[in-house]
Design a protein. Structure first.
Length: 185
């Protein structure tokens, strides 16, 4: 769920009550804010059937563009717990991370919430609908996964990707004396 109003302002993460992400998003959109609530489709089991439902990619969080000096209207939003930051100062989310998540969500590729990965090998996707996305490549149950992280939230998103579509991120070569970059594929 996105709304495009003022792209000059930074993105901030809002922590909200779990299962109220959509309500908070609707409330803030009604106030004229630009929101990004990434969702994914998952299977939920009921007593008589299994159904596909859309759930937030980052349960308990959504992203909003606003002026951090004028945050009182945001803080008064029902079901909002806090603006993510340090020492009561909102911390902006990196715009490249938001763009990567937007690209993942809009690509139609199967995505799912994933535990945050703090270490690993950064790679860039060279072709396909996710071209240009940078993430951490991991191996999970024999499937290759690209993990894109929102560092501020310590949360990540995993997507299945063919290892032939990725190459090592160039910035890492400068960090290694031998120029070789290990990639888990």
């Amino acid at each position: 769920m996105t709304n495009s109003i003022n792209s000059d302002l930074p993105w901030f993460a809002l922590q909200v009550r779990t299962q109220r992400e959509g309500h908070v998003a609707d409330h803030l959109i009604g106030k004229g804010y630009e929101l990004f609530l990434p969702v994914c489709t998952c299977r939920k089991r009921w007593s008589d059937r299994i159904k596909k439902v859309e759930v937030p990619l980052f349960p308990g969080y959504l992203f909003c563009r606003f002026d951090p000096n004028d945050r009182l209207p945001i803080l008064k939003t029902p079901w909002l717990l806090q603006i993510v930051g340090f020492n009561h100062i909102p911390a902006a989310v990196d715009n490249d991370e938001i763009n990567a998540i937007k690209k993942l969500v809009s690509s139609g590729v199967l995505t799912e919430p994933w535990p945050f990965v703090g270490v690993g090998d950064k790679v860039r996707i060279d072709s396909g609908p996710l071209r240009g996305v940078v993430g951490i490549l991991t191996e999970f149950r024999g499937n290759h996964r690209l993990v894109v992280s929102i560092t501020l939230l310590q949360r990540s998103v995993a997507v299945e990707i063919d290892s032939a579509l990725v190459s090592p991120e160039r910035s890492m070569q400068a960090n290694r004396a031998d120029g070789l970059i290990p990639v888990a594929i």
